[in-house]
Design a protein around this ligand. Structure first.
Ligand code: P71
Length: 439
């Protein structure tokens, strides 16, 4: 624990950016659920079974078997984490002048698509941009928007449709099976592929089981597999669902794309049977994947997130509704209506929450959205959010109570909070290293 005086010093040194705090300055760390979950006894035992042969590690073949069984994809290319896979698939599939439609952008995914010469086009339903909409599948694609992109640019300009399960930037919102089937039908008509960002696919499957008609009797594992079967390939950050500290992969059904990806991975990540991971990392991942699709685990994991969401909702704190799966997202526009978006309300709120209690959250608003590639202006996203992200198997209900109390405390004192000014801005993914001063 820290004192207010410690925290005031720390946040100034961090330039009001929670990414720049040291973890020892943090009491409850809700920056991310990425690589921060607790590994199980079995995963730790798996670490001891690491086969650190340079080539052909037995852990790679175990991982490959698990991915075939639970996700169904034909080929596996291991990478050090999700963005390594995004880099490879973007470079192989996207050409200059292409467009990539997707269910809302993710920071690293979009940047890799742009760096490969593509333009990302958001085709998510309008409800996803509205924190108050109670529609249960705010990760759904608006099929008219997709049709429109196909009509405007032509199918040959669309290397693939980028589909995330769940949609992080919308608040961890799931996509429905019905919608995914419709996207498959439409893309099949034009021979367009679907590349699946499956970073939180098991959480999405759980929401389908709970909320979509006809899936109550299917297991999370079965629904997960059914989702993957509707797509042509996937990028995975195993640091989320699969509960490892580091790791990821690209999975693909097409033989030719696999051939290219396997060739490229040796340039950027490592040999095609480890891709930047140690053998032990691959073993822990293989075990984590199996644990991630366990129904009871998912019930506890998402249940804890919803416990926090209900508390904040009952206290009248503006949050994205309905609650998603990996965290609760505060609606900073409603929380701090007197702070204009170019004074970074979400960045401000994350700093204030840290000052109040040492809880570290993450900005997901105008800072994360970066600048327009052509005009150089800030992108002003409809959603200006602070994410309280819950690592898996780490915190207790009592921690959730402390978090809720602190958010409520900041909410009561919200009128006294002023915005920030950016004093240092990196060129790429600026939210990681940008620095601010109090206005
Ligand atoms: C999260 C992260 C980690 C992160 C990434 C960028 C900015 C801030 C924090 C990573 C994801 C993700 C989705 C849907 C791909 C990645 C990249 N999320 N897709 O939420 O959520 O994976 O971090 O393993 O490279 O805190 P990677």
């Amino acid at each position: 624990m820290t004192t207010l005086k410690d925290r005031e010093k720390a946040i100034i040194e961090a330039g009001y950016n929670t990414f720049l705090l040291r973890s020892r300055e943090v009491y409850i760390d809700l920056l991310t659920d990425s690589g921060t979950s607790a590994m199980s006894d079995r995963q730790w035992a798996g670490l001891m079974m690491g086969d650190e042969a340079y080539a052909g590690s037995r852990n790679f073949y175990h991982l490959e078997d698990v991915i075939h069984k639970y996700y169904g994809y034909k080929h596996l290319v291991p990478t050090h984490q999700g963005r390594g896979a995004e880099h490879i698939i973007s470079q192989i599939m996207i050409k200059d002048g292409d467009v990539v439609p997707g269910n809302m952008y993710f920071t690293t995914t979009k940047l890799h698509q742009e760096m490969a010469g593509g333009k990302f086009i958001d085709i998510i339903i309008d409800a996803a941009h509205d924190p108050e909409s109670l529609y249960p599948f705010k990760g759904d694609v608006d099929l008219n928007k997709l049709q429109n992109v196909i009509d405007t640019y032509g199918a040959e300009k669309i290397p693939y449709v980028s589909i995330a399960t769940t949609v992080n930037m919308a608040g961890g919102q799931p996509i429905s099976m019905k919608n995914l089937k419709e996207i498959r039908e439409l893309t099949d008509n034009y021979g367009i592929k679907i590349i699946h960002d499956m970073t939180r696919v098991a959480e999405n499957a759980f929401m389908i089981q709970q909320k979509e008609e006809g899936y109550r009797d299917m297991s999370v594992a079965e629904i997960t597999r059914a989702i993957c079967d509707l797509t042509d390939g996937a990028t995975m950050s195993a640091k989320k669902d699969a509960m490892v500290n580091i790791g990821g992969f690209l999975a693909i059904n097409d033989d030719d794309i696999f051939d290219e990806a396997r060739n490229m991975v040796v340039i950027f990540e490592g040999l095609h049977t480890y891709g930047g991971m140690a053998g032990r990392d691959m073993e822990a991942m293989a075990i984590g994947i199996v644990e991630s699709v366990d129904d009871e685990h998912m019930k506890a994991r998402v249940g804890q997130v919803h416990y926090l969401g209900n508390k904040l909702h009952e206290a009248g704190v503006p949050i994205v509704k309905p609650a998603g799966t990996h965290g609760i997202f505060l609606d900073a526009k409603k929380f701090l209506p007197h702070v204009p978006q170019d004074s970074f309300p979400a960045q401000t709120l994350a700093a204030e929450l840290y000052l109040d209690s040492g809880v570290r959250a993450m900005e997901r608003g105008v800072v994360s959205a970066g600048r327009n590639k052509e005009t150089g202006e800030h992108n002003y996203p409809a959603l200006e959010l602070v994410r309280l992200t819950i690592p898996r198997r780490v915190y207790t209900q009592a921690h959730m109570d402390v978090i809720a109390e602190s958010v409520e405390n900041v909410f009561v004192n919200r009128d006294n909070i002023k915005g920030l000014k950016m004093i240092y801005e990196p060129k790429y993914l600026r939210f990681f290293q940008a620095r601010f001063e109090k206005l």
